[in-house]
Design a protein around this ligand. Structure first.
Ligand SMILES: *[C@@H]1O[C@H](CO)[C@@H](O)[C@H](O)[C@H]1NC(C)=O
Ligand SMILES: *[C@@H]1O[C@H](CO)[C@@H](O)[C@H](O)[C@H]1NC(C)=O
Ligand SMILES: *[C@@H]1O[C@H](CO)[C@@H](O)[C@H](O)[C@H]1NC(C)=O
Ligand SMILES: *[C@@H]1O[C@H](CO)[C@@H](O)[C@H](O)[C@H]1NC(C)=O
Ligand SMILES: *[C@@H]1O[C@H](CO)[C@@H](O)[C@H](O)[C@H]1NC(C)=O
Ligand SMILES: *[C@@H]1O[C@H](CO)[C@@H](O)[C@H](O)[C@H]1NC(C)=O
Ligand SMILES: *[C@@H]1O[C@H](CO)[C@@H](O)[C@H](O)[C@H]1NC(C)=O
Ligand SMILES: *[C@@H]1O[C@H](CO)[C@@H](O)[C@H](O)[C@H]1NC(C)=O
Ligand SMILES: *[C@@H]1O[C@H](CO)[C@@H](O)[C@H](O)[C@H]1NC(C)=O
Ligand SMILES: *[C@@H]1O[C@H](CO)[C@@H](O)[C@H](O)[C@H]1NC(C)=O
Ligand SMILES: *[C@@H]1O[C@H](CO)[C@@H](O)[C@H](O)[C@H]1NC(C)=O
Ligand SMILES: *[C@@H]1O[C@H](CO)[C@@H](O)[C@H](O)[C@H]1NC(C)=O
Length: 312
């Protein structure tokens, strides 16, 4: 590598090397997020303080991102809702990484009718989606995000109504050949799920953040360049098979504690209708961005597994 290129790489601001969720679309309704530390508009997306990863797997920030703050709004969703998530670089350009999975969890905001005041400390997260390598078993779904596409997923078809946090997480594995090198980027969006679903996670399907990941997990300490065909083992629990809240509660009563208790069944009555007021629809905030985007350079570096030069 030329010393000039090395000089340039070492001086790319971190703001351009990582990123954040700039927009979440639920069944076609767009919700715009705030750039890290710039609280300029009301949003259901919890604002983070930096666009860097949460590499300390014991940190409370592993729940929703660096110093994530409760947000003012909730996005209205329903069982089976199509969710599209837009990840951008710190400068507003394309997401800069391409190696590693995208995982999605939810947690009911318990003991409250909204997520606005919900503290994630006691949250019981269940996984609803995990996306890794594409069908060629070589390139990752994250590559699509780097190309500027949204990440798409759907909510469970039988999801019980209630307030939930949706935790969408990219785990960058470009440095994960070293223990501690994985780069989780969690992001949380506050949802109100409507409808008449009955599905809740079983107790053994829920995890806490921090707590769910260990630096020795095969999906966390993983050399993505060693043999690109190596099967990938997702970290965290399996995708939850939501059980019928009514049946689960009945069984609990009958068996008197021999069945692991399900989460409290949210009351459908409370969430039949969206709360008053239509969520704001702001224009995407990154369209006018004029900052230079370092994506092409970073892509080359990531492919060589040397992106650590930029980030350390
Ligand atoms: C990781 O986070 C935990 C919990 O906040 C903290 O106690 C610990 O010091 C952190 N470790 C490092 C290396 O920063
Ligand atoms: C963002 O601004 C709104 C409106 O001024 C305020 O209610 C909220 O507390 C602010 N959030 C943060 C994280 O500063
Ligand atoms: C919810 O409230 C109940 C009753 O007050 C309490 O036992 C429980 O610990 C609370 N759960 C959370 C997650 O705060
Ligand atoms: C999300 O959906 C759009 C529209 O169908 C598609 O173009 C895009 O490739 C999808 N994103 C991913 C990551 O698959
Ligand atoms: C959202 O995802 C759905 C399902 O993949 C897709 O049909 C739709 O085009 C996507 N919308 C956007 C804005 O990406
Ligand atoms: C929920 O059930 C009520 C009646 O029990 C019905 O009126 C309503 O349309 C249902 N909502 C959905 C989203 O299916
Ligand atoms: C949870 O417990 C059920 C019943 O014992 C079992 O079938 C299931 O595999 C367990 N799930 C997990 C994620 O351990
Ligand atoms: C991670 O796994 C190692 C090896 O199994 C274990 O010694 C350590 O206690 C675990 N750490 C956490 C935080 O669970
Ligand atoms: C769940 O329980 C409710 C109430 O008993 C019942 O109406 C519904 O059909 C059940 N759903 C499933 C998938 O078993
Ligand atoms: C509850 O018990 C019924 C009848 O014994 C059984 O069919 C059902 O699968 C059980 N549900 C759960 C969640 O264990
Ligand atoms: C169920 O638990 C209660 C409270 O601990 C206990 O008094 C009762 O004997 C138990 N019943 C059965 C059938 O185990
Ligand atoms: C029910 O299970 C909990 C958690 O395992 C335990 O602490 C409690 O003592 C049990 N209660 C009864 C009545 O067995």
């Amino acid at each position: 590598m030329s010393s000039f290129l090395l000089f340039v790489l070492l001086h790319i601001p971190l703001a351009l090397a990582h990123g954040y969720v700039s927009r979440v679309t639920v069944d076609g309704t767009e919700y715009v997020g705030n750039p890290p530390g710039h609280n300029t508009s009301s949003s259901p997306i919890r604002m983070v303080s930096s666009n860097g990863p949460v590499q300390n797997l014991s940190s409370p920030f592993l729940a929703c991102g660096p110093d994530a703050q409760p947000a003012q709004l909730e996005a209205i969703a329903a069982p089976g809702s199509v969710i599209n998530i837009t990840w951008v670089s710190g400068g507003g350009g394309n997401w800069p990484h391409e190696v590693g999975p995208v995982l999605t969890y939810m947690a009911e905001c318990t003991n409250t009718t909204t997520c606005k005041d919900f503290d994630t400390t006691g949250a019981r997260w269940f996984k609803i989606d995990e996306a890794g390598k594409q069908s060629d078993n070589v390139s990752w779904v994250q590559l699509y995000i780097e190309e500027g596409r949204n990440f798409n997923m759907t909510l469970p078809e039988n999801l019980a109504p209630g307030p939930y946090l949706l935790r969408n997480e990219i785990i960058g594995l470009q440095n994960a050949m070293a223990r501690g090198g994985a780069e989780p980027f969690p992001s949380c969006t506050q949802l109100i799920v409507t409808g008449n679903g009955t599905g809740v996670p079983a107790a053994n399907e829920t995890v806490s953040f921090p707590g769910a990941y260990n630096s020795t997990d095969p999906g966390i300490w993983f050399n993505a360049y060693d043999n690109t065909h190596t099967p990938y083992v997702f970290p965290g629990p399996p995708v939850a098979v939501l059980i019928n809240a009514t049946a689960a509660q009945t069984n609990d009563t009958e068996t008197n504690n021999t069945t692991a208790p399900a989460l409290d069944a949210p009351s459908p009555e409370k969430y039949k209708l969206p709360p008053s007021g239509t969520p704001e629809l702001d224009a995407p905030s990154h369209d006018g961005c004029t900052e230079m985007d370092a994506t092409p350079v970073l892509t080359v570096m990531a492919a060589r597994g040397r992106i650590a030069l930029v980030e350390l």
